[in-house]
Design a protein around this ligand. Sequence first.
Ligand SMILES: NC(=O)c1ccc[n+]([C@@H]2O[C@H](COP(=O)([O-])OP(=O)(O)OC[C@H]3O[C@@H](n4cnc5c(N)ncnc54)[C@H](OP(=O)(O)O)[C@@H]3O)[C@@H](O)[C@H]2O)c1
Length: 281
Amino acid sequence: MTLRYALLGDPVDHSISPAMHRAAFRSWGLDAEYVARKVASEDIGRAMRDPDLAGGNVTLPHKLRAAEALVRPSRAVRATGACNCWWRRADGELEGDNTDVGGLRLALERVGFEAGGARVLVLGAGGAARGAVHALLEGGASSIEILNRTAARARALMEAAGTRAVRVVEAPELGASYDLVLNATSLGLAAADPLPLALDRGRFDLAYDLVYAAGRTRWVRHARSLGIRAGDGLEMLVGQAALSLERWFPGRATPHHAMRAAAVQALDARAGRGSGRGSGA
Ligand SMILES: NC(=O)c1ccc[n+]([C@@H]2O[C@H](COP(=O)([O-])OP(=O)(O)OC[C@H]3O[C@@H](n4cnc5c(N)ncnc54)[C@H](OP(=O)(O)O)[C@@H]3O)[C@@H](O)[C@H]2O)c1
């Protein structure tokens, strides 16, 4: 019997998740399929409980509501209030995780970043920033400063973190040096967007952009032009997909290279169709 998994969101038509998961199923020779379904916010719980589905992913704007549908949320779901991956237990109940958190951790490891003791500047204070702060604190970051357009949202994130290691900053108060600056704003999704932050050489050791685009984001290119090491959100996207597969198929080695190649190919094809935008999943 074919196992069925789905990406639930709105919109989902530009998502490259189906390409990554299908590549994994093909490489495993598994009789499984992965589809993208556009779902309205009020229907997310019902869509996750569809008996036809063994599990799936959730993308914008449903990650918070998806967390409410779980009987057993993971630690990352409890800490962030968001779920991007769920699966059905043998008794029919739903379990879920926030694999964006682990996906970011994997992506940062791949660019050689060690969170332990690190000083980090996070741009943005939305759902992705919340997941990033959780991942960085778990990794042992010593200081996380949050810079966001709306200061009240940054303060809410700081208060939710509940530790003095996290504080809110304004642009003129930036420190002299950071091990990592991380873009968790949605700036960069549109070609005409301004840079999330103009960087200067010497202040930042590494720049990581959660946004991804065919041929690298403008911010990543800006960082590299200054000699700052930089990576984009594609690696995180592949990481969260690989971790989702580990939740659904414990013990199987995920075909990271095949998934990454499928993601790049889908992103290039999408850019050729006129939209190289990188969305959450
Ligand atoms: N690579 C991956 O796997 C992955 C996974 C998850 C998310 N993401 C990406 O992460 C980004 C953020 O996602 P999210 O879920 O956190 O979105 P969100 O909850 O809507 O938050 C958006 C953030 O961007 C800021 N922002 C938006 N427009 C801005 C502007 N014109 N100027 C300055 N700041 C602006 C917002 O500031 P205000 O608070 O002032 O509105 C907020 O901090 C998206 O681009 C998403 O694609 C990538």
